[in-house]
Design a protein around this ligand. Structure first.
Ligand code: URA
Length: 444
């Protein structure tokens, strides 16, 4: 194995064989290559790309660099092990609803999730707003929870895809994060190491997504679907719009409230649409239903009949939330702020004029609440779970001059700049927007 030969091949766009890619990943994982050579290889890939086949080889080799989860033969035979990945957005609490809803349909969901990255908040950080919720979990415990409850949402274990940890750290400091084959193999290798029967990808595009344009999102979606299918997991990607915040709330404990209200049947329509669409496609690909629409309806039913909420309650308990807290959070008229510490301050923001809401800039709003404590400046920083936003009006709705459209939950006083930025995120128009304007689904 001569790393420099491989680097030269990628530099000169000579395709790598499966064996060569495996040799590279093995050397990365087992200290058999210099850091400078890894950096050069990543830069060559960043500049010249990889073919679909090379990306599949890379994804498979990365997946095999560590532990690959094993499930009872019956689950695999019945195609019951499923998961979802989202490329991240503002107010995205889909996983918190979807995992229990799928479990209520008889699926097994070993969801390995992430912390906040850049402006977007992470599912693990949101779940940690629930007193006692434990996100670290051994693979043995995961299997027990899946057996008893059907779903868990946990952090990445040390043993899963070690090659990604090494490559990601080097990408972070060599300007090689933004590369479709590298992003695709990084995300997909971690998902397929869960040994799934079916996977659904929510690939977001817009102002508050990592992929700003539809073309970029489509390229990433195609690469991820090709890699995931290439290693044997039935996968579908859904392109979704990410310009305006998802749902009624942004911020950690506030988003858990949004998720629970959704499972109680009072969810915002855009969140419900995302959960049911993504879940519907998974159920179809897992062979549970004959069409995505039937799957959509089945997920809707788990919300309407309370079985998704019951799975969420059991999941919380399995992940070490005490029984009283878990029960209280799922009660009908729960006072959420008897369980979540409320922020010290709340500020209502009123509309300066009247009209129909055409846009609410989620990216700018996320940056404001991150600067107020909801985000991290660097890895390991503490985050404030109480800071966030309550969106009282949504796209397409009418707002009158002086009407409150947003409430900020914060700990320290808002500056004039904060308020100005927040006010500027709201765009109004005179003409009513067309029906369906709030839908986020672009393409499947
Ligand atoms: N998330 C990942 O896990 N990997 C990437 O490369 C980008 C986002």
């Amino acid at each position: 194995f001569a790393p420099s030969d491989l680097i030269v091949n990628v530099r000169d766009s000579v395709p790598l064989t499966q064996g060569e890619v495996e040799g590279f990943v093995d050397a990365v994982t087992n200290n058999g290559i210099q850091q400078a050579q890894i950096g050069a290889m990543l830069m060559a890939i960043r500049l010249n790309g990889l073919s679909a086949d090379e990306t599949i080889h890379l994804t498979r080799a990365m997946m095999q660099s560590g532990e690959v989860l094993q499930w009872p033969e019956e689950w695999t035979r019945q195609k019951r092990v499923v998961d979802k990945h989202s490329t991240g957005g503002v107010g995205d609490k889909v996983s918190v609803v979807l995992a229990p809803a799928l479990a209520a349909c008889g699926m097994k969901v070993p969801m390995i999730s992430g912390r906040g990255l850049g402006f977007a908040h992470g599912t693990l950080d949101k779940l940690e707003a629930i007193p006692g919720f434990q996100i670290s979990c051994s693979t043995v415990k995961m299997r027990e929870i899946l057996d008893e409850v059907g779903c868990c949402i946990v952090g990445q274990t040390e043993t899963l895809v070690p090659a990604d940890r090494i490559l990601y750290a080097i990408r972070d400091v060599t300007g090689t994060v933004e590369s479709v084959p590298l992003i695709s193999s990084s995300i997909v290798s971690k998902k397929v190491a869960e040994t799934l029967s079916a996977l659904v990808l929510d690939v977001k595009c817009g102002k508050a997504a990592y992929m700003k344009t539809e073309k970029q999102a489509r390229d990433l979606a195609e690469s991820m679907v090709s890699s995931s299918c290439g290693v044997g997991v039935e996968t579908v990607a859904i392109l979704t719009r990410m310009d305006n915040p998802i749902g009624n709330y942004v911020g950690h404990s506030l988003e858990i409230i949004d998720a629970i209200e959704t499972m109680q049947g009072n969810g915002p329509s855009d969140l419900v649409e995302l959960v049911c669409t993504l879940g519907g496609h998974l159920l179809k690909n897992a062979g549970k239903v004959s069409t995505p629409m039937k799957g959509y309806q089945l997920i809707e039913e788990t919300i309407a009949n309370g079985s998704a909420l019951e799975k969420f309650r059991l999941m919380m308990q399995a992940q070490e939330v005490d029984e009283t807290t878990a029960n209280s959070l799922c009660k009908k008229d729960v006072d959420f702020f008897s369980i979540f510490r409320p922020s010290k301050l709340k500020t209502d923001v009123k509309a300066d004029s009247e009209g129909y809401i055409s846009s609410v800039d989620a990216f700018a709003l996320a940056n404001v609440i991150n600067s107020l404590g909801a985000g991290r400046a660097k890895a390991g920083d503490q985050i404030n779970h109480s800071v966030g936003l309550h969106l009282r009006k949504h796209i397409g709705e009418r707002v009158e001059k002086g009407e409150v459209w947003l409430t900020v939950h914060h700990e320290s006083p808002l500056s004039g700049d904060h308020l100005k930025t927040i006010r500027n995120t709201l765009e109004l128009q005179d003409k009513e927007l067309p029906a369906g304007c709030a839908s986020r689904i672009i393409d499947i």
